[in-house]
Write a protein that binds this ligand. Structure first.
Ligand code: MG
Length: 391
């Protein structure tokens, strides 16, 4: 039996992970965490008989009725998920927390030498060197849960790293593929949340619409596979059937295909090094499927270029980029910032960011907080500038 701690259990990845675990007799849940969705967390804990949970939001944690499940031990507050990782015995931690908030738990899992299935790409975006160096020191392999990186992990593993020339990450292009900037100025929250091929949480769906998700994924791939940024390519592939490709040194291309269903990469990471049966739709090759590829429109969607520029500076800049993006996306979802303002805010923060990497978690926290503060101010500036223009 593999004991799994699921962090971010009430989010899209967490809920799907619990389905994968429920269908696997050799996996069981040892701990659960959430940000503030305590009603769902409690339901999960009761049905899976999990006694150890963590809730990041203290006020939400205080609303859990103790009488409903007396055995339940609730850790509450901002460091609660990392405490859960340290205190509860487990073989594997699935980190599906959204945003910078997931970094502390990633470091805790690695410090404890627990296998890490990583859906929190921000851990690598914000402190990639710190995370990968700690993983190497502890002899822990990071198993990516991001669909593209799971595909790359399998392809690079099959080919052997020395045979790899470069990596190709596919992008669906999001709901606004082919749109020009004039049309994008009036984009609403609902339009941006309607992703054509993947069903995901709100933050990552907006990141897919701006292509920032691909920007973050380029940084993630750089750290996971140790390849320079100019050896990581992004192509738009609207069908979302090819999840990634690897160019070999001899000119061959290996591709990873399958239906767009996150249970596949989740199950791969949870069962690694075994492969388990997953009850997903099989890709029907007799139906005349077509596979289209094109270069992303980086002029209209500058996020990938911004990520590369930040990556060239180092972890402090990619951490700042992530902080600015988190702030800007939240502001857009609240209706305060226009859609095109997201990349404008990120650009200003990346341009002002410093070069260099982190030696400690505290340094990453300091850069994250500073960049968030600056991004809040830039959001107001960008939103006001837009109002001036429309007057
Ligand atoms: Mg992805």
């Amino acid at each position: 039996m593999k004991r799994v701690i699921v962090l971010g259990a009430t989010g899209s990845i967490g809920v799907q992970a619990l389905k994968v675990i429920a269908a696997s007799p050799d996996l069981y849940v040892a701990g659960l965490s959430c940000d503030r969705s305590v009603a769902l967390l409690l339901e999960q804990a009761i049905s899976l008989r999990v006694n150890d949970v963590a809730v990041a939001d203290e006020r939400a944690a205080a609303t859990i009725p103790g009488a409903l499940y007396p055995e339940l031990s609730v850790r509450a507050g901002s460091g609660a998920a990392a405490r859960l990782v340290r205190e509860v015995d487990a073989d594997l931690v699935l980190n599906a927390i959204v945003g910078f908030a997931g970094l502390e738990s990633t470091l805790a899992a690695l410090e404890c030498g627990r296998a890490l299935a990583l859906a929190n790409k921000e851990s690598l975006v914000c402190a990639g060197s710190l995370v990968t160096e700690l993983a190497a020191r502890q002899g822990v392999e990071i198993l990516p849960v991001d669909s593209e990186h799971s595909a790359l992990y399998q392809l690079v593993g099959a080919a052997g790293p020395r045979a790899v020339d470069s990596l190709v990450i596919t992008a669906s292009g999001g709901p606004f593929r082919g749109w020009d900037p004039a049309r994008l100025t009036a984009v609403t929250r609902e339009q941006a949340l309607a992703h054509p091929t993947w069903s995901m949480g709100e933050k990552i769906t907006i990141d897919s619409a701006t292509l920032m998700n691909k920007g973050l994924e380029v940084i993630e791939a750089h750290h996971l596979f140790g390849l320079a940024y100019d050896r990581i390519e992004v192509v738009v592939h609207p069908q979302s059937l090819v999840h990634a490709l690897v160019r070999m040194v001899d000119g061959a291309l290996l591709a990873h295909l399958g239906v767009a269903d996150m249970r596949v990469p989740i199950a791969y990471a949870l069962h690694h090094p075994e492969r388990a049966t997953v009850a997903v739709e099989r890709l029907d090759l007799s139906g005349g499927i077509s596979l289209d590829f094109a270069a992303p429109d980086e002029e209209t969607f500058p996020a990938i270029g911004l990520a590369r520029a930040a990556g060239a500076k180092g972890d402090a800049a990619t951490c700042a980029l992530n902080a600015a993006n988190e702030v800007a996306v939240r502001s857009f979802l609240k209706g305060d910032l226009p859609f095109l303002g997201i990349s404008q805010v990120v650009r200003k923060i990346v341009e002002a960011s410093e070069a260099g990497s982190f030696g400690t978690y505290a340094e990453a926290v300091a850069v994250d907080e500073q960049a968030r503060g600056a991004a809040v101010a830039v959001c107001v500036e960008v939103a006001n500038a837009r109002m001036d223009c429309s007057d």
